[in-house]
Design a protein around this ligand. Structure first.
Ligand code: AMP
Length: 438
C-alpha cells in the first residue's frame, strides 16, 4: 500500500514511524512533514518517506497531490483539516481517507455542539451552559460562584479555555472572549462549565461508525511548568498506562462515556470513523468529560504508538471499512513516557532556527525514540522550527524505568533555550507510594 500522511508534528512522526513498520506499506508521503519524518523509511522496501511541501490546511493542493500520486489511503493527523472538511472533499473525489468527516469532527471543532450533545445523550460531564450573549453567560457563571472553565466554541490552537476562581475573573474572561475576541471568531459562542477538581486523564478510542475500541488510559501534562504551573500548552509530556484506573474501572468508565456516545451518534446520523479522544476529570463523584477531540492527542500518540502491537494500517483500514468489531487491540505490557522539549518562551513567542545537537547520541540508546515536532533541515543541520520541538519517548517495564530512560535521552539533546518539564509521570510514581504499581 502507498500512504499519504497529513501533518507535521510529533503525532504525525509517530504515525509515520508506526505505519512504516507495516509489511503492507511500500511507499509513504507526508505533507508537510518535518526533519524527523524525512529520516524514516518503509521497513518493507527501504524507501525513504518523502516530505511534500504542501501545508496541512491547503485542501485543494492536498487533493491534487492525492489525485496525481494515488495513495491507497490518506491518514489525517491534525484537527484543522478535519474541521475544514478534508475527509468529505477527498471522499467526493473518490479518494480513500482516514479520519472523521466534517459533521463528526464537530465534536472538536465546536465545544457548544459537543456540550449540548453530551447533555442530550446523558454523557457524564460538568454542570454547564452554552451562551451567545455575555449578560446571560455572566448570570450563569454567578450561579457557579465564578469557579468556572470558560471555553470559546471554535478551534483556538488548544488555547481557548480560561479557568477562573471568582466572579470578577469569570466576568473578565467572558468579556475577553466574547467582546474583546481574544480567540477571534472562535469566541462568538462560549461554553461555561463548573470548575472540576480531580485527576485529569486522556482516553482514546478508535471508531468505525458503529464500534469504538478503547485504548489504555494516558495522562498528559498541559501546563508549561513543573507542578502544573504556567500557561496551558498543547501538551508537555505523557505516559501510559496511567495507574489511576484499574482495567475493570477503565472498562466501566469507557462504557459510561462511549455507550451513550455511540447511541447518540447513531440517533443523530453521525458517522465517526477515526480517533475520539475525550479529556476526562476523575472527580470524587465519578468521571466527567471536559471535552472531546476528534484525533490523536499529540504527545499521547507518541506513547500509544510505541505501545501498540497491532499493525496500525490494519486498524486504520478496519476503521475506514467499518469492520473494527472483528479486531482486537493489542498493547505491549511495557510503559511509555514522552517528554516534550520545547523552544524557550513556548507557549508564548519563541525563536526558530536553533541548531539541535545530540540527536544521534540519543538515537543510540535502546528503547528510545525521539519523535520530531517543530524541526526543519537547514543546510546539513537539524534546527528548531516550532514551539514543541521534540517528543523524547522511551519504554521500559514500568513507568519509573521509562521515565528514567526518557530523561537520560533528554540530557543528551541540546539547543539554545530548550525547556522541558522535569516532572513528567511524577503523579504516577506518587501512586506507587500508595501501593499501586506504576
Ligand atoms: P479543554 O481544551 O476543554 O480540555 O481544556 C483545557 C484544559 O483546561 C483541560 O485540559 C483542563 O486541564 C482544564 N479544564 C477544562 N475544563 C475544566 C473544568 N470544567 N474544570 C477544571 N479544569 C478544566
Amino acid at each position: 500500500m502507498n500512504l499519504l500522511v497529513i501533518g507535521s508534528g510529533g503525532r504525525e512522526h509517530a504515525l509515520v514511524w508506526k505505519l512504516a513498520q507495516s509489511p503492507h506499506v511500500t511507499q509513504m508521503w507526508c505533507a508537510p512533514g518535518n526533519a524527523g519524518i524525512q529520516q524514516e523509511q518503509t521497513e518493507k522496501t527501504k524507501r525513504p518517506v518523502e516530505c511534500v511541501n504542501v501545508g496541512a490546511e491547503d485542501l485543494p493542493k492536498l487533493l491534487t497531490f492525492a489525485q496525481e500520486r494515488k495513495p491507497d489511503l490518506t491518514v489525517v493527523g491534525p484537527d484543522n483539516p478535519l474541521a475544514l472538511g478534508i475527509v468529505d472533499l477527498f471522499q467526493r473525489n473518490g479518494q480513500r481517507i482516514w479520519g472523521p468527516n466534517q459533521k463528526a469532527a464537530q465534536f472538536e471543532s465546536s465545544k457548544v455542539f459537543s456540550q449540548e450533545f453530551m447533555e442530550r445523550h446523558g454523557i457524564p460531564t460538568a454542570k454547564s451552559g452554552t451562551f451567545s450573549d455575555p449578560a446571560t453567560a455572566k448570570k450563569f457563571a454567578g450561579t457557579l460562584g465564578g469557579r468556572c472553565a470558560v471555553k470559546a466554541d471554535g478551534l483556538a490552537l488548544g488555547k481557548g479555555v480560561l479557568l477562573t476562581t471568582n466572579l470578577a475573573e469569570v466576568e473578565k474572561a467572558i468579556d475577553e472572549i466574547m467582546v474583546g475576541k481574544v480567540f477571534g471568531a472562535a469566541g462568538t459562542k462560549i461554553v461555561i462549565q463548573e470548575f472540576l477538581e480531580g485527576v485529569e486523564i486522556s482516553l482514546h478510542a478508535l471508531c468505525d461508525g458503529k464500534t469504538a475500541r478503547l485504548f489504555p488510559a494516558a495522562q498528559d501534562h498541559k501546563r508549561a511548568l513543573d507542578g502544573d504551573q504556567g500557561l496551558n500548552t498543547g501538551g508537555m509530556g505523557t505516559y501510559s498506562p496511567a495507574p489511576f484506573l484499574g482495567a475493570a474501572e477503565l472498562e466501566k468508565v469507557g462504557e459510561q462515556i462511549l455507550g451513550p456516545w455511540l447511541k447518540g451518534c447513531a440517533a443523530e446520523g453521525i458517522d465517526f470513523r477515526g480517533i475520539l479522544y475525550p479529556g476526562i476529570m476523575l472527580t470524587k463523584n465519578g468521571p466527567r468529560v471536559l471535552e472531546f477531540n476528534a484525533r490523536f492527542g499529540d504527545p499521547e500518540a507518541q506513547v500509544y504508538l510505541t505501545r501498540l502491537q497491532n499493525d496500525l494500517i490494519e486498524l486504520l483500514d478496519a476503521s475506514v471499512n467499518g469492520t473494527l468489531s472483528k479486531m482486537e487491540l493489542k498493547w505491549s505490557p511495557l510503559a511509555s513516557v514522552c517528554v516534550v522539549m520545547a523552544s524557550g518562551g513556548y507557549p508564548g513567542s519563541y525563536a526558530k532556527g536553533k541548531p539541535i545537537r545530540g540527536l544521534d547520541d540519543a538515537a543510540r540508546l535502546s528503547n528510545v525514540k525521539v519523535f520530531h515536532a517543530g524541526t526543519a533541515r537547514a543546510d546539513e543541520q537539524i534546527v528548531t522550527s516550532g514551539g514543541r520541538v521534540l517528543g523524547v519517548t522511551a519504554w521500559a517495564k514500568n513507568v519509573r524505568g521509562a521515565r528514567d530512560a526518557a530523561y537520560t535521552a533528554v540530557e543528551k539533546i541540546h539547543f539554545d533555550g530548550a525547556h522541558f518539564r522535569r516532572d513528567i509521570a511524577a503523579k504516577a510514581l506518587q501512586r506507587v507510594a500508595s501501593g499501586i504499581p506504576a
